[in-house]
Design a protein around this ligand. Structure first.
Ligand code: ATP
Length: 264
């Protein structure tokens, strides 16, 4: 992605709490128009909280969030969706007893234009042919992969400029993960939707993203082009599970702390 692309979303020094617990300790990230940006980190690093800070579910106590040049830091969730930010949440959160079509309609609940709505639903079905086949099926009876597709489709019904995805790979077989990421990539290249993707699966995220931020304990500890991050020795060892001698888990915390050069 060229450095000249316009900034779409900017977080500057965002600090977010759950009661007395500080989850984000000064997060600064940028998403440019047309980019796929990924937030990588282990459980509890602060990925979901970053998305919740952006979508208005948990407002920051400090710092600013700017979308298309406008300060949205304290805007309510519904007006953030209206401005063009939609999210497919972690764990998918579909309405299990409602059909695929009804779930998709829920993603467009703020809109009144029937023709546009039908058009968008066709577009979602074209993107996800599996959903088209199952449009009358109750969402709760579908496979994990199909539910993930439905959750992404529902977010797309709001016609977002920025689509946020929280762990779309979670619990899915590798082949399905590739299928879903392939669709996300098409959305980005063919429809120009910018993507902010929270992922524990750094391997797949860095293959599809243009740029990445690595989060640990509520802070960005490293950032860079996906290609640069992929070849970084620490990222390879601790997030991609690769080192010259073979595969290794970053869960070996003691070793991890000793070797973690970027926090030194
Ligand atoms: P995961 O992949 O597990 O969702 P994450 O990187 O998305 O991890 P967050 O869910 O953003 O991490 O959590 C960041 C920190 O905030 C963690 O320390 C977590 O324990 C804490 N936290 C998250 N949700 C709550 C909550 N509802 N109440 C209190 N603390 C919370």
């Amino acid at each position: 992605m060229s450095a000249q692309s316009q900034t779409l979303l900017e977080l500057d020094g965002v600090e977010t709490y759950y009661g007395a617990i500080q989850a984000l300790k000064g997060i600064s990230i940028t998403v440019r128009e047309g980019e796929i940006v990924t937030l990588i980190g282990a459980n509890g690093a602060g990925k979901s909280t970053t998305l919740r800070s952006i979508n208005g579910l948990n407002h920051p106590r400090k710092g600013t969030i700017t979308f298309q040049g406008r300060d949205i830091t304290h805007d309510p969730a519904h007006s953030i969706v209206k401005r063009g930010i939609a999210q497919s949440p972690e764990g998918r959160k579909l309405f299990p007893r409602m059909s695929v079509t009804e779930n998709l309609e829920m993603g467009a609940f703020q809109r009144r234009d029937k023709a546009g709505l039908a058009e968008d639903m066709d577009r979602v079905f074209a993107l996800f042919p599996r959903l088209a086949e199952r449009r009358k099926q109750k969402a709760g009876t579908m496979s994990g992969g199909e539910q993930q597709m439905c959750a992404i489709g529902r977010a797309l019904m709001a016609r977002p400029k920025l689509l946020m995805l929280d762990e779309p790979s979670m619990g899915l077989a590798p082949q399905l993960v590739e299928e879903i990421f392939g669709i996300v990539q098409r959305l980005n290249t063919e429809q120009g939707v910018s993507i902010l993707l929270a992922e524990q699966n750094a391997n797949v995220a860095l293959r599809y993203a243009h740029y990445g931020y690595i989060l640990e304990n509520g802070r960005v500890v490293m950032e860079g082009d996906a290609a640069t991050l992929t070849t970084n020795e620490d990222v390879k060892e601790f997030y991609l599970g690769l080192e010259s001698g073979g595969r290794k888990s970053y869960r070996n915390v003691k070793h991890y702390r000793r070797r973690k050069r970027w926090l030194a």
